[in-house]
Design a protein around this ligand. Structure first.
Ligand code: IMP
Ligand code: MG
Length: 221
């Protein structure tokens, strides 16, 4: 697997305001040494290893800890279901007190294959009033979901501040109307549909400890 810091060319795609730069993942063969030897997932082409995820999450936790050094209350808001695995790892790398853990579920309606901003909050909004809120999302694809959630919270949740942490982002997929940039980013990836580490394909593969690309049926072994 080739993971390197963003080149100058691609940097404008992914400015990280508070953190060290997100790592860019090239579309090449990854190091599979930390992956299960079972062939259960032979139709998944690994993209980011468990070890790389773990190292990156630790670094993000340090960044977040540094950024929120003087907070009165950091409210982590994890977006279900995709961000659950990432959140569980990330919060254990945040060395602050107090930190509360909150969840929210979004649902899209309208176009099924791509989010288009038609997003709704499911269930009750947690109490985030006067708290520094860190939205934790699995992936920023078009950016519609994250932009919607941030706007919604600004309007209805009365937080002290709102920042965003995403495990993955696909800069090439960004909706041109979305100007929001994540404050903390794990990896910047090419335009491929990925699964694992919380991300699913039709509710499958969330439990993979690494991130991979679903191979088309003809390419599976
Ligand atoms: P958005 O296009 O940024 O609004 O992304 C909406 C949601 O689509 C994300 O939070 C994910 O749940 C899902 N999604 C986008 N890209 C992928 C992918 O590559 N794999 C799995 N889920 C994805
Ligand atoms: Mg999601």
């Amino acid at each position: 697997m080739k993971i390197h810091l963003l080149s100058q060319d691609s940097q404008h795609l992914n400015p990280i305001r508070f953190s060290q730069q997100a790592h860019s993942v090239a579309n090449t063969s990854p190091n599979t040494s930390t992956q299960p030897s079972s062939n259960t997932f032979s139709n998944i082409q690994p993209l980011i290893s468990q070890k790389s995820l773990s190292e990156r999450v630790k670094a993000m936790g340090k960044d977040i800890t540094r950024h929120y050094q003087n907070t009165d209350h950091l409210a982590v808001l994890s977006v279900l279901k995709g961000a659950s695995v990432f959140t569980a790892d990330l919060i254990r790398e945040i060395n602050l007190d107090p930190v509360s853990l909150n969840f929210i579920k979004l649902s899209s309606y309208g176009n099924n294959t791509q989010s288009n901003g038609n997003v709704m909050i499911e269930g009750k909004l947690p109490n985030l009033s006067d708290k520094d809120v860190l939205i934790v999302e699995d992936i920023m694809d078009t950016g519609n979901s994250l932009a919607f959630l941030k706007r919604y919270l600004e309007e209805y949740a009365h937080p002290k501040s709102i920042r965003t942490a995403v495990m993955l982002e696909k800069p090439s997929r960004r909706d041109p109307n979305i100007t929001l940039k994540p404050d903390f980013t794990g990896f910047s990836i090419p335009d491929r549909f990925v699964v694992g580490y919380g991300l699913d394909y039709a509710e499958k593969y969330r439990h993979l400890p690494y991130i991979g690309v679903v191979k088309p049926p003809s390419a599976s072994t």
